[in-house]
Design a protein around this ligand. Structure first.
Ligand SMILES: NC(=O)c1ccc[n+]([C@@H]2O[C@H](COP(=O)([O-])OP(=O)(O)OC[C@H]3O[C@@H](n4cnc5c(N)ncnc54)[C@H](OP(=O)(O)O)[C@@H]3O)[C@@H](O)[C@H]2O)c1
Length: 427
């Protein structure tokens, strides 16, 4: 195979894994790696020089492919733009920069006849993007739903085993699964970026990350986990990207893209995805439903996706006009996600109420007024003057649930609204 010369930005977790895997693929020659600091102690060093001057890589005409594994939005986006303008192909693991600047970067790549590969940006070692882009090319993709963040899945799995959210988060941080500032993971931002990338591949439009509904896992308690299990569910942080609306009507109300905790039936394949793994269900009109499960992050799994992209690219590099073959059909304008009010799904509710006569009837009346039909209601744990009421509903429109909860919050009998979590409904 012909020799391909690479430059890389970043030598952290993923970059180190890439160096390790590249040692077995000598035709992929790493010429230089840019890092932030030359003084850092490193677990592995490439045989090529390091630099802190990214221009040395971008302006080197011998380097044909830029591997971007430094992450973040800035200055990364400007480095990528400069490299594309110098007609370098890009292999990146960076979902944030793609979600925020994808339309511009892909348009620029088309203009300059280069390809952008990004398998590692979603679901780490799971070959999800190539499956959607090439393996399912004959399909109209209907929906992509999954556990796309290993950190939160690890935390939720540990909570299921009886740990508090705080203890489970601390363990994830101690083991290196979670950052010191876990916001991007636990509040759903990371999943939103990945959904934007998935929507681009599946439906042809990046979805603006700030329009995506994000609800994280900070409010989930061990009690919710235990109650969910009792009713035959497991709580997972699910990301969903679907082409149409999920309100059950035939009217298309736009892209349905969202991140929120979800009660997943125990028999559903996503319920069995445990620890730091990812699991994704893709639905195509011809193939039906396909489930992929595997490591969504980590040094070697993520490097496996990066180096897989490099090998794919290297194999085609000398073919005429090969880049157009790898350019996904992505529109230049990003789309917006539909607001949550029109989604329809069942809900799980945990309410803490004052233990006075007639409370259940009053809750039933409020729900009835807002078109909410209850499938199960139980009263639990009467302690002193308070009781926990757990309710499962049939399908409810988000706006009706919001209105009912607003009314409940003003009721004297409500001590606190414990939690309101959506129950899985196929998108
Ligand atoms: N970690 C995973 O499991 C995983 C999984 C999937 C995708 N990703 C994505 O892969 C990318 C890299 O993640 P990572 O975990 O490997 O990050 P990381 O461990 O923090 O490494 C970042 C690397 O980039 C270098 N860097 C930072 N700013 C730089 C700058 N301005 N100029 C040159 N180099 C700079 C750092 O240099 P120093 O070494 O000198 O600090 C470091 O080597 C991110 O986009 C991430 O979202 C990661």
């Amino acid at each position: 195979m012909a020799r391909v010369v690479l430059g890389m930005l970043g030598l952290g977790t993923v970059g180190t894994g890439v160096v390790e895997l590249l040692s077995k693929h000598r035709h992929l020659t790493l010429k230089k790696v840019a890092v932030k600091s030359l003084d850092k102690d490193r677990s592995a060093m490439p045989s090529c020089p390091l630099t802190t001057d990214v221009d040395e890589i971008i302006n080197d005409p011998e380097i044909e492919v830029l591997v971007e594994v430094m992450g973040g939005e800035n200055p990364t986006v400007s480095y990528l733009e400069q490299a594309i303008k110098k007609r370098k192909h890009i292999v990146t693991a960076n979902k944030e920069v793609l979600a925020k600047h994808g339309p511009r970067l892909f348009a620029l790549a088309k203009e300059h006849g280069v390809a952008i590969f990004f398998e590692a940006s979603v679901a780490g070692g799971v070959p999800l993007l190539s499956t959607i882009h090439k393996g399912l090319e004959a399909n109209e993709i209907e929906s992509i739903t999954g556990i796309l963040n290993g950190t939160t899945n690890f935390i939720l799995s540990n909570m299921e085993a009886g740990k508090s959210y705080e203890a489970a988060l601390k363990e994830a941080q101690d083991l290196g699964f979670a950052e010191a500032d876990p916001t991007a993971d636990v509040d759903g931002f990371d999943v939103a970026y990945k959904l934007s990338v998935l929507a681009a591949l599946g439906f042809g439009h990046f979805v603006k990350p700030d329009t995506i509904y994000k609800e994280g896992i900070r409010n989930i308690t061990e009690e919710d986990m235990a109650l969910a299990k009792e009713f035959g569910y497991r709580i997972k942080l699910l990301g969903t990207a679907a082409k149409g609306s999920s309100n059950g009507s035939s009217k298309n109300t736009g892209f349905d893209v969202r991140v929120h905790p979800t009660l997943v039936p125990l028999e559903h394949p996503l319920a069995s995805v445990s620890g730091p793994n990812n699991g994704i269900v893709v639905r195509g009109h011809a193939v039906g439903q396909l489930t992929l499960i595997g490591p969504g992050a980590g040094k070697l799994p993520t490097a496996s996706a990066v180096v897989g992209d490099l090998m794919n690219l290297a194999g085609a590099l000398k073919l005429p006009d090969f880049a157009s073959y790898f350019q996904p059909a992505i529109e230049a304008s990003p789309a917006s996600a539909a607001p949550p009010l029109a989604w329809k799904c069942p809900f799980y509710l945990r309410l803490v109420v004052k233990d006075t006569p007639g409370v259940i009837g009053k809750i039933g009346n409020i729900f009835g007024t807002h078109n909410i039909s209850i499938s199960t209601i139980i009263q639990r744990g009467v302690e002193g003057k308070e009781a926990t009421v757990v309710i499962l509903t049939h399908d409810v429109l988000g706006k009706d649930m919001d209105a009912a909860l607003d009314e409940l919050k003003n009721c004297d009998f409500l001590s606190s609204l414990g939690n309101a979590i959506r129950i899985f409904r196929s998108a």
